[in-house]
Ligand binder design. Structure first.
Ligand code: PMV
Length: 308
């Protein structure tokens, strides 16, 4: 049996504006991951894919054209120029779905990596990221490409749509608590609503995106200079702008306020918004009170992770 995996991710700064060409910063979250296993199947049966949330294995040859799991398998086989193998793929993920942690990109990445090992065809990160991006279009509509990039490279990334990826160094490691509202919110819907607002009043949306882009630039400079104290206010500012864009929700507001009241230096929603996760900047003294406050305010899960 061959297995391969990929981490989750979180966008620290710049979501939504990144779809419109502004920079964003994202980091991997290694406490959660997607894993694909693959083993030889019965001769002539072709490939089956079993996801732990599906009740039965799906035959690749019968799967609908827009099924994300089948799509990544088909794209990978086309990339490897390989016929469909007789093999059974099982996918398991500890990354909550539709909650801003990159589960779709991680599942796709793990499947391609497992197939690459099974077929003994190496694939480099750029090619892998491009394949995963194709499937992100099914999840997202108009993805910026940040999810596939950070999940595949598994490093902190400063991302500008259409430009080569830039990784950067974190001078002083810092800690974030990630709180899950438990509300599943497909990114596609929030991204579509943001698009409609942009179409209705481009000048207003572009002004908000400019402000978010400038926060992402300042945050990168602060992270590279080890100025962790600067990050909290930048998170708060970014969150306020995301609220203005219309992608916050009552549950997200409750968790963001709870984290701040418990001493977090800053807090914001992450990813598509409307539900999913938020992050709070914590340190040794605020970590526990913030984690407790998030749970008391209704968080369905809290992950504490170091950015380094
Ligand atoms: O909800 P997530 O973590 O998949 O992130 C979406 C990020 C957006 O900027 C809202 C969309 C995108 O494609 O970049």
């Amino acid at each position: 049996m061959i297995t391969a995996s990929a981490p989750g991710k979180v966008i620290l700064f710049g979501e939504h504006a990144v779809v419109y060409g502004r920079p964003a910063i994202a980091v991997p979250v290694t406490q959660v991951k997607a894993t694909a296993s693959i083993e030889p199947g019965r001769a002539g049966r072709g490939m089956t894919i079993l996801a732990t949330d599906l009740t039965r294995a799906m035959h690749l040859r019968d799967a609908p054209a827009d099924d994300p799991l089948a799509s990544i398998a088909r794209l990978a086989l086309a990339h490897f120029n390989a016929p469909e193998p007789d093999a059974n793929v099982t996918v398991h993920s500890t990354i909550p779905i539709a909650s801003g942690l990159g589960s779709g990109a991680a599942v796709s990445t793990s499947i391609v990596r497992a197939l690459a090992k099974f077929l003994s065809r190496p694939i480099d990160e750029a090619a892998l990221s491009a394949l995963v991006y194709e499937v992100e279009k099914l999840h997202h509509g108009t993805p910026s490409g940040i999810d596939n990039t950070v999940v595949v490279y598994a490093r902190p990334v400063y991302f500008v749509r259409g430009r080569p990826i830039q990784t950067f160094s974190v001078k002083c490691p810092f800690t974030i608590a990630i709180g899950d509202t438990g509300v599943r919110s497909p990114t596609k819907i929030a991204v579509g609503d943001v698009r409609r607002a942009w179409e209705a009043d481009r000048a207003r949306s572009e002004r908000l995106f400019d402000r978010i882009g400038s926060i992402a630039e300042r945050a990168r400079a602060a992270i590279e200079a080890g100025e962790v104290d600067a990050l909290g206010p930048l998170m708060d500012e970014n969150h306020a702008l995301l609220r203005e864009i219309g992608v916050s929700s009552d549950e997200l507001e409750r968790l963001v306020s709870a984290a701040k009241e418990a001493g977090a230096a800053g807090a914001k929603l992450v990813g598509g918004g409307r539900g999913g996760n938020m992050i709070a900047l914590v340190d040794v003294s605020t970590r526990e009170p913030v984690e407790r406050a998030l749970r008391e305010a209704g968080a369905k899960g809290v992950i504490v992770t170091n950015v380094e």
